[in-house]
Write a protein that binds this ligand. Structure first.
Ligand SMILES: *Cc1c(COP(=O)(O)O)cnc(C)c1O
Length: 388
């Protein structure tokens, strides 16, 4: 049985061209970019041209792109780097209750160290109202951080509008664009952002590579201290193969983003409409149209997401749930609670995230298998108020 992978928001398989581009930098071109000799120069050239490619992809200058170990480091760097560099101006940070843990836990740590945070609410679709950001800004505000698209429910946030407000108020603006980078066009100038995070493994690149865009002139302190790599902003020997693979992933994305997008929207909508029409007491989480083209997040009432996940896994279908079962915790997702779901409904959610290789056949298979699983589980479920 061919397995079906519907968890591209968690990670994506490296593209064959990405793997081919990386290979030489493990072997014959293994040099350290800081070395003066030809081996070093070869590696440095590869890092430089990768930086050019990634920067131009988002309308940035090359010296505004800092390579990191991934999205988490980029988020931590943005939040802590701005906070500590601008303490003289204020200690107030504004964000949302639906951020990825890489942002949320950075803020939590900063609050422990004396910073203050305001979390503007989101509506029932997970949308932030830019006006709420405007109202939350005070004289002490130094940074606003709002994600470009939510990784659980797929909702796309009005980043350009929020950025405009931050510009007017002279407050730094960071966006976690890990879920959109390489999947839709991004222009840092149009988005009015000062900082933007991305991660290679979410766009068919390697794990352990990412970047932080830092607008020229932004006051920020480094996150890692050591050598002078990355223009003195991020010490440690560069992950040359990872950086080269990241740039190749960007090049591939540039070529096929548009084609993938229209296919994914079609598959996404087929899956959403199919589930909602075939399964009673199911609901879509996240905005219906302002949403990532590959994201389907559904609550299927009266059954636990984990039970469905395990049954789907037995059928070779890989999805994820709205609760942190992997960490052994029974807490439902902070995102689903923030959009107003009850604990029960939040626990009954499933996330399908498609990718460039997803097919209509796979969607058909899910629509064949899932209703049976739901029927079965509802028969056994003590939560079932539907049919007994
Ligand atoms: C995956 C993800 C991250 C973390 O990126 P890593 O490269 O895995 O550290 C951060 N933010 C969002 C929205 C993500 O989806």
């Amino acid at each position: 049985m061919k397995r079906i992978y519907m968890d591209h928001a968690a990670t994506t398989p490296a593209h064959p061209d990405v793997m081919a581009s990386m290979e030489p930098y493990f072997s014959e071109r293994f040099g350290n970019p800081s070395s003066i000799h030809s081996f070093g120069r070869e590696a440095k050239k590869a890092v430089d041209s990768s930086r050019d490619a990634v920067a131009s992809f988002i309308g940035a200058r090359s010296d505004e792109v800092i390579f990191t170990s991934g999205g988490t480091e980029a988020d931590n760097f943005a939040l802590e780097g701005i906070a500590y560099a601008n303490q003289n101006r204020g200690n107030h940070i504004i964000s949302t209750p639906i951020e990825h843990h890489a942002v949320a836990n950075s803020i939590k740590t900063l609050v422990k160290r004396g910073f203050e945070a305001t979390f503007v609410p989101v509506d029932s679709d997970g949308l932030v109202d830019p006006d709420d950001i405007r109202k939350a800004i005070t004289k002490r505000t130094i940074l606003v951080s709002v994600m470009h698209a939510n990784n659980e429910i797929g909702t796309l946030e009005p980043i350009a509008d929020i950025g405009k407000i931050c510009r007017e108020q002279e407050v730094y603006f960071h966006t976690d664009a890990v879920q959109t980078f390489g999947h839709m066009p991004i222009d840092v100038k149009e988005l009015n952002v000062d900082l933007l995070s991305a991660s290679a493994h979410k766009l068919y690149g390697p794990k352990g590579a990412g970047m932080l865009y830092i607008k020229k002139g932004t006051k920020i302190v480094p996150y890692l201290y050591g050598g002078e790599q990355e223009m003195g902003r991020r010490a440690s020997t560069e992950n040359v193969p990872g950086i080269v693979g990241f740039a190749k992933a960007v090049e591939v994305a540039k070529g096929e983003m548009k084609i993938n997008d229209s296919k994914l929207v079609r598959l996404r909508d087929k899956l959403i409409d199919g589930i909602l029409s075939m399964i009673e007491d199911s609901r879509l989480n996240g905005h219906r149209t302002k949403r990532l083209s590959n994201n389907v997040n559904i609550s299927i009432k009266y059954i636990e997401g984990e039970s469905m996940l395990l049954r789907l896994d037995m059928e070779g279908i890989a999805v994820s749930t709205g609760s942190a079962c992997s960490s052994g915790s029974l807490e439902p997702s902070h995102v689903l609670l923030s959009i107003g779901l009850t604990h029960d409904v939040a626990h009954s959610s499933l996330r399908f995230t498609m990718g460039r290789d997803s097919t209509e056949k796979e969607v058909d298979r899910i629509l064949e298998v899932l209703p049976k699983i739901v029927k079965d589980l509802r028969k056994m479920s003590p939560l079932n108020r539907g049919n007994n």
